[in-house]
Write a protein that binds this ligand. Structure first.
Ligand SMILES: NC(=O)c1ccc[n+]([C@@H]2O[C@H](COP(=O)([O-])OP(=O)(O)OC[C@H]3O[C@@H](n4cnc5c(N)ncnc54)[C@H](OP(=O)(O)O)[C@@H]3O)[C@@H](O)[C@H]2O)c1
Length: 305
């Protein structure tokens, strides 16, 4: 009997883009509450570069005997459903798999995923665009949850990296919660940031009521918060130490199918941008990683398995 297989990108001895291998692994059937998705698109996110160069292995966050999977978010089509799942084969979905310690990822032709972590992709939003939403849309939504509703007094929020994937979504979503948002980004990003309804700056002075740190400025970002203000970071493994009565929090993005459904609806309506820099075949994953590592990219590299 022949075993059917699918292709996936993994690292065994992580040491950067050249250590990424594409291997064949056996297809398995979804268990209760799970579906099998044929992946149409998987974006390259900054975290994937860290996994490929062994950053999280070195921190002790990965303990895989054979290989570590790459990729956190995806869009694709349901091809098989497990018991108790109310989704038909053929449904277009997007989703997020989280955590570092896993032998599978979204840089793959197929994925087994919990149905509760998925959202249906609205008609009119293509799968490449949809794939760019889950990780960074949910990160932004969960950052805004940590900030909460803006107080009536003191609602000036600085979003660093406002032209990035996380920052851009925070700029958009925080305004719904009453924050008066200024985006810190490069000079060439002004039109994009203002287009999201925010004020724009390339250089921020201290004194902000809150800072959401999409640019990973860390202590330099914390220094921009007023005494007793709020700071939300994006690096759980490097949370800046609190000072001056500032509330310091850090987002650890988790799957949330219902929330993702709302974010995809906002993407379909154009309210949330879905920027794609390039679409590349899975075989060119190392090249895509090298390009992202250079920095300055606007929009995602999206892999097509
Ligand atoms: N904790 C979590 O759960 C979680 C979830 C998602 C993402 N993240 C992390 O969040 C970070 C951002 O991710 P992303 O996908 O949004 O990255 P991104 O798309 O590359 O965005 C980062 C943005 O920050 C800008 N930037 C960097 N330094 C700046 C400075 N000094 N002034 C102005 N702009 C500056 C970059 O511009 P240039 O390209 O010109 O430098 C870029 O536009 C990454 O570290 C990622 O790993 C964490």
């Amino acid at each position: 009997m022949s075993i059917s297989t699918f292709r996936t990108a993994v690292v065994r001895t992580p040491s950067g883009p050249d250590s990424i291998e594409i291997i064949d692994v056996p297809v398995v059937e979804p268990g209760p509450g799970e579906v099998r998705v044929e992946i149409a698109a998987a974006p390259v996110n900054p975290v994937d570069l860290g996994v490929a160069r062994g950053l999280f292995h070195a921190m002790g966050l990965v303990n895989q005997p054979e290989r570590t999977g790459l990729g956190w978010d995806f869009a694709g089509t349901v091809v098989a459903v497990g018991p108790g799942v109310d989704l038909a084969a053929g449904t277009r979905v997007a989703g997020l798999v989280d955590g570092f310690d896993r032998d599978f990822g979204t840089y793959a032709e197929q994925l087994i995923v919990r149905a509760a972590d998925l959202a249906v992709v609205p008609d009119g939003l293509d799968l490449v665009a949809a794939s760019t939403v889950p990780l960074n849309g949910l990160a932004a939504a969960q950052i805004v949850d940590l900030l909460g509703d803006a107080p009536a007094e003191g609602n000036r929020l600085l979003v660093t990296g406002a032209a990035g994937a996380v920052g851009g979504y925070v700029v958009s979503l925080a305004q719904d919660r009453g924050w008066q948002v200024t985006g810190l980004a490069r000079a060439e990003d002004e039109e994009f940031v203002r287009g999201l309804g925010a004020e724009f700056t390339t250089h921020a002075e201290p004194g902000w009521d809150a800072v959401a740190d999409g640019a990973v400025l860390q202590e330099r970002g914390l220094a921009l918060v007023r005494d007793h203000g709020d700071f939300v970071g994006v690096q759980p493994s490097a949370k800046p130490a609190a000072e001056r009565g500032i509330t310091v929090q850090v987002v650890v993005t988790h799957p949330d199918g219902a929330r993702l459904g709302d974010l995809l609806a906002r993407a379909a309506s154009g309210e949330l941008p879905t920027r794609v820099h390039a679409v590349m075949p899975l075989d060119q994953v190392a090249e895509a990683h090298r390009a992202v590592a250079k920095g300055g990219v606007r929009g995602r590299y999206v892999l097509k398995p």
